[in-house]
Design a protein around this ligand. Structure first.
Ligand SMILES: NC(=O)c1ccc[n+]([C@@H]2O[C@H](COP(=O)([O-])OP(=O)(O)OC[C@H]3O[C@@H](n4cnc5c(N)ncnc54)[C@H](OP(=O)(O)O)[C@@H]3O)[C@@H](O)[C@H]2O)c1
Length: 347
């Protein structure tokens, strides 16, 4: 008989005891024996969270061998792929290898199903046997590894009308476009900081769809090439070029692109720190600032908003919102141009 586990996986916490697996410093990644409410998966690829991968890659001076070693060291030390600096993880794709006896018949999975995890690697027991390849331009690491999903863990079966790599890439940021769909209303003006990134493009598409003919979607991007790309794909009304780390410049340019008016909503979806004020300053009182970026410092955001007398609602970018996987995959099916672009980029 298998050992009984806790719904949230607390039975895997090694230290400090009493915490959940995400906050724990070290969790048990023994894959030889699973608990009765766990799902064991053979993992083929990790999509490391963009803020995390960027931090590791830069700390390793963009050296692939050092990056590989740092990833292995983190997982060996913590039992999970949680960047100690950003705190963030990512997700995996893999194949179901075993289902704990208490879950059998109660979930829509069987051994052999291909899935993407929809809970963060920052809380997922992971054992890497080998890193096969690192793709720094898309934050993907091909691995021979195993991982555990807990009873409370979310997952999506991989669709058969798109490549696994595409599904992995899109589902990694599934919370953002799905939340955009819920936040943006007809007629809204929306500023998307990091609009040419993976999540940013999907947020742009969703915002364009939701604002309708009277709205205005403006993307802040880092270079003219990205601006031209977004315009050519009809993913925004206006694209402005600048760095989200420079709030005064962003404020001026973004207001100019919105007829001088402050925005109803901003979406912060860059992968670097120190961008909070660029997302807050251009938003009107009672507007919404949606911080999806894992490089967001919430103390800076809260104190910064207070310091400028900005009465804005700040939404923490929960990686999960109801039906987020379905909404994200539907976007790719709806927009063949976006799907094709991602297919080329994330292959
Ligand atoms: N909340 C959650 O649950 C969750 C889940 C997954 C991901 N995330 C976060 O979502 C964010 C975006 O992820 P992603 O996968 O979409 O990343 P991504 O594809 O790397 O996109 C980030 C974009 O921001 C741009 N950028 C970088 N520095 C900038 C600056 N100073 N000013 C303006 N733009 C800048 C990047 O340009 P270049 O490529 O040219 O550098 C890129 O276009 C990350 O912070 C990630 O951690 C959150």
């Amino acid at each position: 008989m298998q050992k009984k586990g806790n719904k949230y996986g607390t039975h895997r916490v090694i230290e400090p005891k009493g915490l959940l697996t995400q906050a724990a410093k070290k969790i048990d990644n023994n894959m030889d024996e699973i608990y009765s409410n766990e799902i064991l998966c053979d993992v083929s690829a990790l999509n490391i969270d963009s803020a995390s991968f960027t931090q590791i890659y830069e700390a390793c001076e963009k050296d692939l061998a050092r990056t590989e070693q740092m990833i292995l060291d983190i997982v060996n030390e913590r039992g999970k792929m949680q960047n100690p600096v950003t705190g963030s993880g990512g997700m995996f794709i893999g194949t179901v290898k075993a289902i704990g006896e208490d879950l059998q018949g109660k979930i829509d999975l069987k051994v052999g199903d291909k899935i993407a995890s929809l809970v963060s690697l920052s809380l997922t027991p992971l054992k890497i046997n080998k890193i096969k390849a690192i793709h720094p331009e898309i934050d993907r690491v091909d691995v021979d590894a195993q991982a555990i999903l807990f009873e409370s863990g979310l997952y999506a079966k991989l669709p058969d009308d798109m490549s696994e790599e595409l599904a992995l890439a899109a589902l990694d940021v599934a919370g953002a476009p799905a939340q955009t769909a819920k936040l943006v209303k007809p007629g809204d003006s929306v500023l998307i900081l990091g609009g040419a990134g993976k999540g940013g493009m999907m947020c742009c598409y969703e915002a364009m769809k939701r604002v309708g003919p009277t709205g205005n979607v403006v993307a802040l991007v880092i270079c003219q090439e990205d601006a031209d790309l977004l315009k050519s794909m009809n993913l925004c009304h206006h694209a402005i070029v600048g760095s989200a780390t420079e709030p005064v410049d962003v404020l001026e340019k973004s207001l100019a692109a919105n007829g001088g008016k402050e925005y109803d909503i901003s979406i912060l979806i860059v992968n670097v720190p120190a961008c909070e004020m660029s997302a807050i300053l251009p938003v009107r009182d009672n507007g919404t600032v949606y911080c999806f970026s894992m490089a967001t410092d919430f103390a800076k955001a809260a104190l910064g908003a207070e310091g400028c007398g900005k009465d804005v609602t700040m939404v923490i970018g929960n990686g999960y919102t109801k039906d987020h996987a379905a909404i994200t995959l539907a976007e790719l099916r709806e927009n063949p141009q976006l799907k094709e672009y991602f297919e080329k980029k994330y292959l």
